[in-house]
Design a protein around this ligand. Sequence first.
Ligand SMILES: Nc1ncnc2c1ncn2[C@@H]1O[C@H](COP(=O)(O)OP(=O)(O)OP(=O)(O)O)[C@@H](O)[C@H]1O
Length: 260
Amino acid sequence: MTTRSTSAAPVADQGTLLEVSNIEVVYGGAILAVADVSLTIGNGEIVALLGANGAGKSTVLKAISGLASADRAKVRRGHIRLGGEDILGLAANKLAARGIVHVMEGRHVFPHLTVKENLLTGAFLHRPSRKELKRQLDDVYAWFPRLRDKQSTQAGLTSGGEQQMLAIGRAFLTQPRLVLLDEPSMGLAPRIVQEIFEIIVRLNREKGTAFLLAEQNAALSLAYARRAYVLDTGRVALEGPAADLAARDDLHRIYLGDGP
Ligand SMILES: Nc1ncnc2c1ncn2[C@@H]1O[C@H](COP(=O)(O)OP(=O)(O)OP(=O)(O)O)[C@@H](O)[C@H]1O
């Protein structure tokens, strides 16, 4: 299941897109969720963010996308730069306009809207012409043929895998440079997870979009990412090329808590 198709190599990065330096994130002024995290993502790079439950992956993603404040979390220390510009403290909608989109854990779709209506909510940002919108929708349907088949179905009546595809497809209508993807494999059958990861790699290769993939499933994301960071209680415990980390037999036991 973790075998990547050889045709799906991610594009090489050319310069730094995002730089997170020594951030500390605190919920409600009291709970230290991220103590000290630094990471970089190159243009068009797929980077995995690994770690056990509660390691701080989602909090790092929320700090980057500006959604931390919605959870009463604050970045108290450090810097976040996009293309060299300081973006810390910018509202989520401003960050979306700069090309950062966050696909949250749990596939947040509007259950009573159809698949197509859900996709259209992703187009609000750039207000494309009718013709351009149709082209963008056709693009999404080409990547996710299941969404074309289900375009008139209420999103709440589609499968978990289809909702995850919908959440990613909708994110793409914002025309992102960087997609923050939180636990895309959660609760899905291995076959569907593989289908989703193959599409992520294809989007990366064809559009040059960078991804930060927060995943508990280390083997899976290391098979698709170029580099990875492993978080342990709010700190970076390990980092390096995905292939090097995948070759370490102590990775699971030490940091992911699922070894013997
Ligand atoms: N809304 C919140 N309010 C208070 N504490 C929170 C909140 N969300 C997360 N935390 C705490 O912050 C720490 C990091 O949580 P976070 O969700 O970022 O970890 P994670 O690695 O994404 O875990 P998971 O894989 O379970 O989502 C944990 O101790 C968690 O209990």
